[in-house]
Design a protein around this ligand. Structure first.
Ligand code: COA
Ligand code: AMP
Length: 633
């Protein structure tokens, strides 16, 4: 099939408002939009400023009250606990309406913030939708973060309620959420009024009288009383959620998502980008704590009337490298969306895909990869193994949906390994130099997108309009700075090569090296430090911390290195995957005192490197090399 991409992209270029007006027809509005975009509202304009809607209604009720009532909406499959459960649209709507009544009875109303700190269990999806139903703004915090990170988010968005569980289940260990939650509330200045705790059979958490409530008991009582909350009318511009993501400091950024634009954009992507028909089974193997989970485990598939999957497991080890194949066969999944790391993990364990022939995957159509750079080698292996198109696409928490990709729904464009393909409607992608001037075809530069951002992308950062301007809009006036670097080739294919800031990507997880440096610097024996991301064959990158000790410290280096690893795990969380700390004598610096991180990275990655002309003392780099090689790097 010839791709309709060019025609559709041109249609958007010629009439962006007309394009999104048309896309908005797919949504059931309470009050449909008359104005499509108001360039004067908000930081850079607002989409659908006069419309009224409810996201939960569009995700559940309109299917539950229509032909999809008995269709499966959600499949929960948990190899780590052995549990499996399905919910039809009617069942999921009823559960969500009951939970919404429970949280309303706790005094939560439109505009209030609710933190969701839950593992990958159906209650996490229900919690998000219950908030959406009553207009409460949810903020999901990933379970792999430590108490301090949770506390930072509690203080920033000031929730009245936290929805959590007794534990998460990681292979071989329970992650007790409740002590982490209690510690976070202890550290935070803001105190939530209530916590609703889901007691999982694997662990019972002690509840604090007055503050904590038992989830199941509250639901049983609400059910017995026949309580259900209705969908509340919200402005399309009202926030649906806040999702914190790593910034260039230790303080995360609260990306805000609105209701109307978000629905319009996600619904458009389900058919036009992912090529999914309502009723089909779509699996995003991510976590609800990340943007991929928000957009493509919860909201996108449900808005579209598809069946979505909540998988509490890993690509390997639960029980083996055939786990994804088992899922695809058993649940009739037509497309899988995951991070390249997952495929590197499967390949490492089963390089010849010997487990694959045990499963029937004839119905499987496309594999989508995103979240980190998809290396051509991994793409090729996945193509050869699965014999379906493997589609890389590029986006960020900030945008909420693909900026650059290969639209399966419009007909695939030829794949070029190493490129996520072409800009999607809504995004006019350019590559510019430091002065904001376009660079030549094929030349590397900063990747920017012409303003305004399309529906679904962040309108602002939570209560920090100025931080949005300073961080994204000020450097290249008229353009959104993605903080990614790359180039565009002569065919208009975009290549994403890395970040221009201190963010690194570990197993598809976005982490701030600045945040890790703050933790290392707090060690009493550390004088100065630098954290860089170095190549890792499984996770893409892994953090590596270099520390210089204070004068006169009389402790073994190995002891300090172990303490540093433990500190990052305790302060940021296991998700940081910080396993490598090196005590060195000096950090390599320029004469003006700037740490030469890029050169250190090249040495660690065994890439060729040149002595920086501005270096203060060239010998320091050979000291770094020796220290790395001593660790086997
Ligand atoms: N709650 C608590 N801890 C968690 C967690 C959660 N929800 N998720 C991960 N962790 C922990 C892990 O147990 C691990 O702890 P450890 O240091 O004690 O082993 C640590 O955080 C690092 O996790 P991760 O980087 O995911 O490594 P892993 O060794 O557990 O798994 C992969 C490796 C490749 C299997 C895994 O990274 C994976 O499935 N990646 C797919 C990518 C993905 O889903 N990306 C999301 C964005 S699309
Ligand atoms: P997150 O906000 O966690 O989704 O991370 C977004 C960042 O991940 C982007 O800015 C990129 O640096 C990186 N990223 C995501 N997808 C891709 C991709 N397909 N190719 C290269 N980098 C990617």
């Amino acid at each position: 099939m010839t791709s309709r991409y060019d025609a559709v992209y041109s249609a958007w270029q010629n009439d962006p408002e007309g394009f999104w007006r048309e896309a908005a027809r797919e949504i059931d509005w309470i009050e449909p939009p008359r104005q499509i975009f108001d360039p004067k509202a908000g930081v850079y304009g607002r989409w659908f400023p006069d419309a009224l809607c409810n996201t939960c209604y569009n995700a559940l009720d309109r299917h539950a009250d229509g032909a999809r009532a008995e269709q499966t909406a959600l499949i929960y499959d948990s190899p780590v606990t052995g549990a499996k459960k399905t919910f039809t649209y009617a069942q999921l709507r009823d559960e969500v309406a009951t939970l919404a009544a429970v949280i309303s009875d706790l005094g939560i109303k439109k505009g209030d913030r609710v933190i969701i700190y839950l593992p990958m269990i159906p209650e996490a999806v229900m919690a998000m939708l219950a908030c959406a139903r009553i207009g409460a703004i949810h903020s999901v915090v990933f379970g792999g973060f430590a108490a301090k990170e949770l506390a930072t988010r509690i203080d920033d968005c000031q929730p009245d309620l936290i929805l959590s569980a007794s534990c998460g289940v990681e292979p071989g260990r329970l992650v007790l959420y409740k002590p982490l939650l209690d510690e976070a509330i202890e550290i935070a200045s803001h105190k939530p009024r209530h916590c609703l705790i889901f007691q999982r059979p694997q662990a019972q958490a002690p509840l604090q009288a007055g503050r904590d409530l038992d989830w199941s008991q509250a639901m049983d009582e609400a059910r017995a009383a026949g309580k259900k909350a209705d969908c509340v009318a919200l402005a399309a511009t009202d926030p649906l959620y806040i999702l914190y993501t790593s910034g260039t400091t230790g303080v995360p950024k609260g990306v805000v998502r609105d209701n109307g634009g978000h629905m319009v954009a996600l619904k458009w992507t389900m058919s036009n980008f992912f090529g999914i028909a309502p009723g089909e089974v779509f699996w995003a193997a991510s976590d609800v704590g990340w943007v991929v989970g928000h957009s493509y485990i919860v909201y996108g598939p449900l808005l579209h009337g598809a069946t979505t999957i909540l998988y509490e497991g890993k690509p390997v080890g639960t029980p083996d490298a055939g786990a994804y194949w088992r899922m695809i066969e058993e649940h009739k999944i037509v497309t899988l969306f995951t991070a390249p790391t997952a495929f590197r993990a499967i390949r490492k364990e089963d390089p010849e895909a010997k487990l694959l022939p045990h499963y029937k995957l004839d119905h499987f159509r496309v594999l989508f990869l995103a979240g980190e750079r998809a290396d051509p080698d991994t793409i090729k292996w996945a193509e050869d193994t699965l014999k379906v198109p493997v589609i890389d696409h590029w986006w960020q928490t900030e945008t909420g949906w693909p900026m650059v990709g290969n639209p399966a729904g419009l007909g695939l464009l030829p794949v070029k390994h190493g490129s996520p393909t072409k800009p999607m409607p809504g995004y006019a992608i350019r590559v510019v130099d430091e002065g904001g001037h376009p660079v030549e075809v094929g030349k590397m530069g900063s990747i920017v997108s012409k303003m305004p951002l399309p529906p679904g992308a962040l309108p602002t950062l939570w209560q920090q309009d100025q931080r949005l301007i300073d961080g994204y809009l000020a450097d290249f006036p008229g353009y959104y700075k993605t903080s990614d670097a790359g180039f565009i080739d002569a065919d208009g294919y975009v290549y994403i090569m890395g970040r221009t800031d201190d963010i690194i990507n570990v197993a598809g997880h976005r982490l701030s090296t600045g945040g890790m440096e703050e933790v290392l610097a707090a060690h009493p024996d550390v004088a100065e430090c630098a954290v860089i991301g170095i190549k890792d064959s499984l996770k893409g990158e892994q953090p590596c911390g270099f520390v210089v000790l204070k004068f006169g410290v009389n402790k073994e280096n190995a002891v300090i290195e172990r303490e540093l690893v433990a500190m990052v795990r305790e302060k940021i969380g296991p998700v940081a995957a910080f396993k490598l700390a090196l005590v060195i004598n000096r950090l390599p610096k320029t004469r003006s005192g700037k740490i030469l991180r890029a050169t250190m990275k090249k040495i660690a990655d065994h890439d060729s490197w040149a002595m920086p002309a501005t270096i203060d003392d060239p010998v320091v780099l050979s000291e770094i090399e020796t220290a790395l090689r001593a660790k086997g790097i």
